[in-house]
Ligand binder design. Structure first.
Ligand code: ATP
Ligand code: HSE
Length: 327
């Protein structure tokens, strides 16, 4: 269970009072998640999620929380943070930063079909466009600079074959990042971690069975300014693959890209660089999973994600580069 910081009912009530949310009826630690402490908070005014941030600082958090607020105000389905009477959305709990956001309806879709991929693809493009005029800026803190810093830290835990793969892929990505075509890629605030477990879907009343509606993207705490194509690649590597083998499912991937392009067509450079960014997105999560696995932090019962999964995904993307078809 990833509750790193215990929050008492009295602490939750004090925060609820400040946010004018009424009497706390229930406070329940959430087991899922490995980055932050999350609680479901029910008060007489509604259902919320209270997050205590374990790694992110008071200086970094306004970027994420104001981005969520900005996107929600522009009609992107994102949980809006709650503000106090002064408009403040970042608070202190147990000496750590904390925030309260709306609870999204529904649950995860862990076996997505074409219909789910299309909805996420279209919403991703809408989110990219809506973020264009977001005034704050912060780099993707899990971008190339972090990969370059962290690969040497995890190398001692790897076999010779794994070391060779991770080092050569890092060199490839460094070279790519220095190229002219990479510099041409459009950029803006991206989610950067939009996996199946960071999107909610809910059944539509009176709708067809299995035809759930996307209710929102959440967990923006890896967001940063980076290429929009990287965000798309992160999604394709999770929403459109066979989880056992890591292989891309071309039908779902094409449906995802088509839906994205229905809102924002990709440039020629984006089409050309998609296979390379799919590799970069696999490398990013292989590194972070290795880091979490071999250098864990304290948590009551933390279950790290399997690094081997993204090693397989990376090997697949190198062996079988995938290009989306153009309309
Ligand atoms: N706004 C929300 N609405 C509904 N449920 C939420 C919301 N935020 C978080 N949750 C629930 O809490 C769980 C854990 O949250 P989250 O995935 O953000 O964990 P984390 O530790 O912050 O991040 P990570 O996924 O990177 O480990 C989610 O799987 C989801 O069930
Ligand atoms: N989505 C990440 C977890 C951190 O959010 C992973 O699957 O490795």
């Amino acid at each position: 269970m990833a509750v790193f910081t215990e929050v008492s009912l009295a602490q939750a009530q004090a925060l609820a009072d400040r946010l004018n949310l009424g009497a706390v009826q229930a406070l329940q630690g959430i087991k899922a998640g490995i980055e932050n402490t999350n609680y479901f908070l029910n008060t007489e005014s509604g259902s919320y999620v209270l997050t205590v941030f374990e790694r992110l600082t008071f200086e970094q958090l306004p970027f994420y929380l104001r981005l969520m607020e900005h996107l929600a105000q522009r009609g992107v389905a994102v949980p809006a943070p709650h503000a106090d009477a002064q408009g403040e959305i970042l608070f202190e709990l147990a000496g750590k930063p904390a925030a309260v956001v709306d609870k999204l309806a529904g649950g995860h879709q862990l076996a997505p079909d074409l219909h789910h991929c299309q909805q996420v693809g279209a919403q991703l493009a809408r989110m990219h466009l809506a973020g264009q005029d977001f005034p704050l800026s912060q780099p993707n803190l899990r971008g190339l600079a972090w990969w370059s810093e962290t690969v040497p830290v995890v190398l001692p835990f790897l076999s010779p074959a794994q070391s060779e793969l991770i080092s050569s892929e890092l060199a490839f990505q460094q070279q790519l990042a220095a190229s002219q075509s990479y510099a041409e890629l459009p950029r803006g605030p991206i989610h950067a971690d939009l996996f199946r477990d960071n999107v909610m879907f809910a059944e539509v009343e009176g709708g067809l069975p299995g035809r759930e509606r996307l209710t929102g993207f959440f967990d923006f705490y890896f967001a940063g300014v980076d290429t929009w194509l990287f965000d798309l690649a992160v999604c394709l590597n999770d929403w459109c693959i066979d989880l056992a083998s890591g292989r891309l499912d071309a039908a779902r991937a094409q449906a995802f890209v088509d839906a994205y392009e229905g809102v924002r067509p990709l440039s020629g450079a984006e089409h050309r660089l998609l296979p390379a960014l799919l590799r970069g997105a696999a490398l990013r999560f292989w590194i972070s999973r290795l880091w979490d696995f071999h250098l864990p932090r304290d948590a009551a019962l933390l279950k790290p994600h399997d690094p081997g999964h993204f090693e397989r995904v990376l090997r697949e993307r190198v062996a079988e580069p995938w290009h989306a078809l153009k309309d």
